[in-house]
Design a protein around this ligand. Structure first.
Ligand code: GNR
Ligand code: NI
Length: 176
């Protein structure tokens, strides 16, 4: 198992569109294990492969209190979405930023599990929000995209400022 680095907004690699997984093999299962370790360590309740710079349609979620109910979704597709719900969202790729986002309140998602078997789940509440948040990542979207341009600009500046403060050597930073 390995801890993976999580990309931080506005890293352009968060805009990559993930490709479908063609075969669920050991490498994919190992990636899921590494993603789980990374998510639990962060800590977060969800993680999309895009956030660890892997352009494959894989996401994991664990919204359980005891952090022992990992759910993996490979090639997830929203096949039905209903209602509307506002939820305060956060993101491991936008640390320290929380904002109320309106999304469908329920969603039916079809995907493959860690063994490559197809399944369907109809989610509401936090699971529905989290699934949509993670699937957005696979499509290169981040929750701040739903905010006003002014708010997006403020968040971008805050992230740049924090990045500068973390970097002891100016000028060696990747241009983002
Ligand atoms: O840990 C996370 N918490 C969270 C809270 C509300 C709505 C969505 C999320 S997902 C987030 C982890 C993350 O960034 N996943 O992409
Ligand atoms: Ni996120």
């Amino acid at each position: 198992m390995a801890l993976l680095d999580i990309l931080v907004y506005p890293d352009p690699r968060l805009r990559n569109k993930a490709k479908p997984v063609d075969r669920v093999d050991l490498a994919i299962q190992q990636l899921i294990d590494d993603m789980a370790q990374t998510m639990y360590a962060a800590p977060g309740i969800g993680l999309a492969a895009t956030q660890v710079n892997i352009a494959s349609r894989i996401l994991i979620i664990d919204i359980s209190d005891n952090k022992n109910k990992l759910q993996a979704f490979i090639n997830p597709e929203i096949i039905r979405a209903t209602g509307e719900h506002e939820y305060e969202e956060g993101c491991l790729s936008v640390p320290g930023v929380y904002a109320r986002i309106t999304r469908p309140s329920a969603a039916t998602v079809r995907a493959l599990d860690r063994e490559g078997n197809p399944f369907e789940v109809t989610a509401d509440g936090l699971l529905a929000t989290c699934l949509q948040h993670e699937i957005d990542h696979l499509d290169g979207k981040v929750f701040v995209d739903y905010l006003s341009r002014l708010k997006q600009e403020r968040i971008r500046k805050k992230m740049h400022k924090e990045l500068r403060q973390q970097e002891p050597e100016p000028g060696r930073r990747q241009a983002i």
